[in-house]
Ligand binder design. Structure first.
Ligand code: ACO
Length: 325
């Protein structure tokens, strides 16, 4: 019983922060940001907007496109590394806010790979017949963990949410495969160390900004390209398809240069890769479902087309999903 993508949705906060705005905050230039990342601007949530607040409109849009209502939903998984709270889960807040009274709800933490991990989990529940449908959401408020005095990270990220509604369907379509991977030995390359049981909430922890994101960008860059390429190949090999069979690749939007390199190393035309990083920056677990919703809306892929999703993030974590729409 494969999972069909019956509806997609997205929500981006209204506030736009341009590279010119950041030039006033840290020592950077729009030219550096555009050349090194492809980012022109990003959306930033209001201080009173949480990850679940962004997730709700995205989830409702996905349900509406699928012709479903919140009471139909059996499972909600939110991929997020900027949850509303340590607990309850952000998924529980979403469940309550949309009135999905029947749904089991939990989060998955895999940084920028969070949506692929959540999709892989939801797909297993549907294909094994446990649930008939699932809302899979990526929702992030990275502005809440960014050090706005650190030019090496603050120019990269943005806030947003995207969602897909999966329903049990017929074989030969829907989620054809998912591949997910982790390597905890590289955890210090990219982390938000504070606030857990290692660096507990103390005045020192706050003073040292341990709750903020830290990244060794250059080291992460090289691993991201290698692992995204390998995850994409795993998806294609598993399903016996070649790059020419793929209508659209929706990669995690971390850096335009990473996407260009992955396309090159796979021997695929860059035009097959959907890219919206220019307008939203890196929205972590939200980036793939936001991009997928936009791409479908723009007609870049439609019913029957093969779409490849591929992500890489902190952990390290990475993975892919091959979908026939
Ligand atoms: N403005 C101006 N100069 C800057 C800025 C900035 N905003 N940021 C860094 N620099 C400087 C650095 O200080 C350095 O200067 P130096 O040579 O004098 O020391 C120089 O630019 C080059 O810095 P690098 O870090 O080598 O720059 P790089 O080309 O690697 O680009 C970037 C940095 C954009 C972060 C890139 O490495 C990258 O995209 N990495 C991967 C990110 C990723 O994929 N993360 C995983 C997903 S995110 C998640 O899971 C949460």
């Amino acid at each position: 019983m494969p999972s069909l993508i019956s509806g997609t949705g997205r929500y981006l906060p209204e506030k736009v922060v341009t590279n010119a705005d950041l030039e006033k905050v840290v020592e950077t230039s729009s030219q550096w940001i555009v050349e090194r990342t492809g980012i022109l601007e990003r959306r930033i949530a209001d201080e009173n907007q949480s990850a679940s607040d962004l997730a709700v409109p995205a989830a409702l849009a996905a349900l509406e496109k699928a012709g479903a209502i919140p009471e139909d939903v059996e499972l909600i998984i939110v991929g997020t590394s900027t949850p509303d709270m340590l607990f309850p889960s952000t998924a529980c807040f979403v469940q309550s806010k949309i009135g999905a009274v029947k749904a089991v709800a939990f989060d998955q933490l895999a940084a920028c790979s969070g949506f692929i991990f959540a999709l892989a989990t939801a797909d297993r529940f549907i294909s094994s017949g446990v649930y008939k449908n699932a809302l899979v959401i990526g929702a992030e408020v990275y502005s809440s963990i960014i050090d706005w005095t650190d030019r090496t990270t603050c120019v990269l990220f943005g806030d947003g949410a995207g969602a897909v509604f999966l329903t049990a369907g017929e074989s030969g379509s829907g989620v054809l495969s998912t591949h997910i991977y982790s390597d905890g030995s590289k955890s210090d390359y990219l982390s938000a160390p504070g606030g857990g049981s290692v660096h507990r909430f103390t005045a020192d922890m706050i003073e040292q900004k341990k709750y903020k994101l830290v990244m060794h960008g250059n080291r992460t860059f090289k691993v991201a390209i290698k692992m995204m390429k390998e995850a994409a190949e795993a998806a294609m090999n598993h399903n016996g398809v070649t790059p020419s069979d793929i209508k659209l690749v929706v990669p995690h939007q971390a850096n335009k240069r990473i996407i260009d390199m992955v396309a090159k190393q796979l021997g695929m035309d860059r035009s097959v890769f959907y890219m919206n990083i220019g307008h939203y920056g890196n929205t972590a677990a939200a980036s793939i479902p936001i991009a997928l919703d936009e791409a479908i809306e723009q007609g870049r892929a439609g019913k029957g087309d093969l779409v490849l999703l591929v992500a890489f993030g902190g952990g390290f974590t990475w993975g892919s999903a091959l979908i026939r729409l």
